[in-house]
Design a protein around this ligand. Sequence first.
Ligand SMILES: [Zn+2]
Length: 487
Amino acid sequence: MTIPNSTASTAENASSRLPAEEKRIVSELATNSNEPDSYFAVSKRWYASWRKYVNTPLGGGAAAPRPGPIDNSDIIETDPYLGRKSLAKEKAYVLVTQLVWNTLLEWYSGGPPIPRTFIYLYLSDSRDDDDDNDDNEAHIRDYYDMNKGELLDPLSNKSLEESGLVTNQDILLEVDERGLAGLVNLGNTCYMNSAVQCLAHTPPIHEYFLRDHAHQGELAKAFGKLLTELWSSGTNAVAPRVFKKKVDKAAPQFTGHYQHDSHELLLALLTGLHQDSDIVNVFQGQCKSSLVCPVCGETANTYDSFTSLSLPLPSTPTPSISLISCLEEYLAEEPLGPDNMWFCPQCKKQRQANKKLDLWKLPEILMFQLKRFRTSKYFLKKIDAFVDFPVDELDLSKYVENWESCLYELYAVCNHDGGIGLGHYTAYAKMIDDDNEWYCYDDSLVSPVDESEIVSSAAYLLFYRRVGSETETKSAEVSMTDDMDLS
Ligand SMILES: [Zn+2]
């Protein structure tokens, strides 16, 4: 099988369409395609430049240039002896549906087209020199007459006849695109879609919900079904209609098609899921808050659980600040206001105490909210400060009194672009244990994103997971006799 040569189709004039319109059209085409066997490979490099172009904000920010013709040359290798072309070994391509391919080709020309049938052949041909154990990522199945048949073992030496395959029959590629499905926007639901994608890529959450559980709650049932669809629909976008209805029922403030805060949605969703299962406890940490009376030194500690840490951002214009300095600001000791006096049991008097927060126990999954939305009595404003946060290694051992491993790595980000009310939510998530690459989930559009783009001034919610050993206990068990709030 060889790859057809570039078709010399004439590119349309680029002037007639706005970038956002291209994005909308492709997004709709990706959603409307139900054909499971009509994929084309597109160079990841070219696709990423197109995604940058169509995400150029209207009237603000530096515009990304319109990419040139589709260039798939970087994902094709030519055999120097046979002159035969084959797909390059590294996974440097995305799969798009035939409708999307035809549309992009019409707009941009270029090529060459690489239909999915070729990708199947590549997978089965690669068995001899496949030393990085690709077989966990993809299964090839007999798909004669559109019926799911036997799994084909790429390592077997059976001939096609021995495998029961006939010439030109279909074979089915399964699970290669796990976790790469988008979510259809049901009308201002990007806040929900981005939050769901972050949860869907949270390892303990998807591992739990992809197993068969007899969920009691309607919300958990719908969420489990949605995750199963997301992780088995290849690259076809999923419409979360049933799930949205259950969210509306569990948390009526999200009813209708208005833009909401993705953080509020996440907390409501986790609360709803918690009624069905303890798995959401992976988000639960504890902090210790201390009240100190400056007059006599009397201290009272309380322990509170948290699902996310909401870090304040500087209200004065700041070009750049680090996540750690936001955290230090959050943990800093500060006096309570005069309207919030504390009755000191030592002095037996109302005192203006100092309040200090400490991280006490960190959860397996640590979520930060960067508080970009400031509300006051009269106005709502967004803080666009660039917060520099670590991607590979966040070490919090300095800030934690009582825990084992405090080393974290980032695996998902919920972004908010644009102003309040007009803004748009997207998610970045890493395909952990797959290709370990980052992808952008922009409603129904999913595309690869370079790791260098992850840290941006749009970042709103950060999702870290604990890495490394959990056994090095830093200090002994501490009895928590103080008031504990585990609600
Ligand atoms: Zn006192």
